[in-house]
Design a binder for this molecule. Sequence first.
Ligand code: SF4
Length: 149
Amino acid sequence: MTKINRRSCLEPCATEGGNLVGRDPRKMGSSGLMAAGFEPMTPMEVIRAKCLDCCAGSAQEVRYCVAVDCPLWPLRMGSNPWRAPVSEERKGALRANGAKGLAALAKAHRAPESDAATASRLPDSPQPVNGAKTAATAQAVGAPIHSME
Ligand code: SF4
């Protein structure tokens, strides 16, 4: 995890004699939180991170946790056991939608062709216009020469 800028997460509190207290994250907004070093996470990811922190980073210890009175205990493995399992039909629909979405994203974000790539496809010399070999010939036969510049 990125180092958090503690100072930007605290503020003086009049009712606490001007002492620093934690800022309200709802008022910091996502940009303020990210500026302080937080990364966007889902609540389940946060719970899993908290459990790993509680167990000094050991996933095995989180798995073996015996603190069954901890409110996080049912969620400590990083998934929500209260949610109904996703049916195979629903998984298939989600996969199909995901593939469509990824294809659309890839199309929308396809890198524009570089100048070098464009240049490599262009002819080295002007192409004949209506069969003419040069601009002069093109003029002589009355062909447009704007594409020969
Ligand atoms: S569920 Fe267990 S590992 Fe997770 S925070 Fe609570 S005591 Fe720690």
